[in-house]
Design a protein around this ligand. Structure first.
Ligand code: NAD
Ligand code: LMR
Length: 330
């Protein structure tokens, strides 16, 4: 392979999401089948042996794009020169908890990792925060970015988008690939707003294909908002393979511009678009304008229902920001 290898860090490397994620990164699903990758597996010291076991299995897959691994608990070494950082390592919630209940324990991880990324990663590093509550953890990490670019710090709502696609396709008797332009607005939490008003199924507006408005406004939205809890209740553990798949989708779309429709959902540092306070990490519809370049889609007409829902999720994010104000670098 002629391309130089790209270094990809994954925290929480011994955890359940990582077990679904690392093999796909190594096999070329993240950055392309012609792009060699070096994996940086980061976890806490007691879990390094387990991470080394995962590396043994990756070697045993003989993927043509796999160019080696670093396994470490030291964030400076783990983020050294990395081009892409997937911040997965954090506590998951259990039954009966909300993701925001994790803020106190998980938030501090992102102070240390944000600092280590800013000091050690490639200056153009692209970051995806998966560990919950991912928007506000990303806000903490991005606030530490001085040498690196805070615009390159993003959080994951692609899983919510994919969930919305699945629900709409099921209801319409269509294939997931027929559903376009369903974007998640706001927080990865039960207040998120899947904006179906702009979405299409087979080229027709969702509202023309699914005429049961009560279902769209009611069960559809609440199913997407609470799908994480539904999976936890069924599995006893939070989603893992679908979360790993969404992380692959998020980075692959960002890196290549390949999105299902005109745009995709990414939680990014708000520039004030649509009146969302600047600096909040907020999920918007984003267009990928060139490899690794995104722009928030402008000019969407938001009706009263959408505006009210977006206010609720914005207020929740403001409350989370307030709860971690000591963790945010000035
Ligand atoms: P897990 O418990 O299976 O694995 C977490 C791993 O992170 C463990 O190996 C743990 O040792 C490691 N870890 C903890 N602190 C660390 C640190 N400071 N540095 C490096 N590694 C550290 O959990 P999981 O199921 O893989 O989930 C990980 C996180 O992802 C959770 O917070 C979960 O809620 C979140 N999640 C987010 C989404 C999303 O859509 N944004 C979806 C699913 C799960
Ligand atoms: C999800 O949406 O599946 C994850 O955020 C895990 C969770 O706690 O719901």
């Amino acid at each position: 392979m002629s391309k130089p290898p790209v270094r990809v860090a994954v925290t929480g490397a011994a955890g359940q999401i990582a077990y679904s994620l690392l093999f796909r990164i190594a096999s070329g699903d993240l950055l392309g089948k012609d792009q060699p990758v070096i994996l940086h597996l980061i976890d806490l010291p007691p879990f390094l042996d387990a991470a080394r076991g995962v590396v043994m299995e990756i070697e045993d897959c003989a993927f043509p794009t796999y160019a080696g691994s670093v396994v470490t608990a030291d964030p400076a070494e783990g983020f050294g020169d990395v081009n892409v950082a997937l911040l997965v390592g954090a506590k998951p919630r259990g039954p009966g908890m909300e993701r925001a209940d994790l803020l106190k324990d998980n938030g501090k991880i992102f102070i240390e990792q944000g600092d280590a990324i800013d000091k050690n990663a490639h200056p153009d590093v692209k970051v995806l925060v998966v560990g919950n509550p991912c928007n506000t953890n990303c806000l903490i990490a991005a606030s530490r970015a001085k040498r690196t670019n805070p615009r390159n710090y993003t959080a994951m709502t692609r899983l919510d988008q994919n969930r919305a696609v699945g629900q709409l396709a099921n209801r319409a008797g269509a294939m997931p690939g027929d559903v376009r332009n369903i974007a998640i607005w706001g927080n990865h939490s039960p207040t998120m707003f899947p904006n179906y008003y702009e979405a299409t199924i087979g080229g027709k507006m969702v509202t023309e294909v699914i005429t049961d408005e009560a279902w769209l406004k009611g069960d559809f939205i609440s199913r997407v908002q609470k799908r994480g809890a539904e999976v936890i209740n069924a599995r006893g553990k939070s989603s893992a393979a679908s979360a790993a798949n969404a992380a692959i989708d998020h980075i692959y779309s960002w890196a290549t511009g390949s999105v299902p429709g005109d745009y995709t959902s990414m939680a990014v540092v708000s520039d004030g678009s649509y009146g969302i306070p600047e600096g909040l990490v907020f999920s918007y519809p984003v267009k990928i304008t060139a490899p690794w370049q995104y722009e928030i889609v402008q000019g969407q007409q938001l009706n009263e229902h959408a505006l009210a829902a977006i206010k609720v999720t914005t207020d929740e994010l403001l409350g989370e920001r307030d709860a971690v104000k000591e963790m945010i670098a000035g």
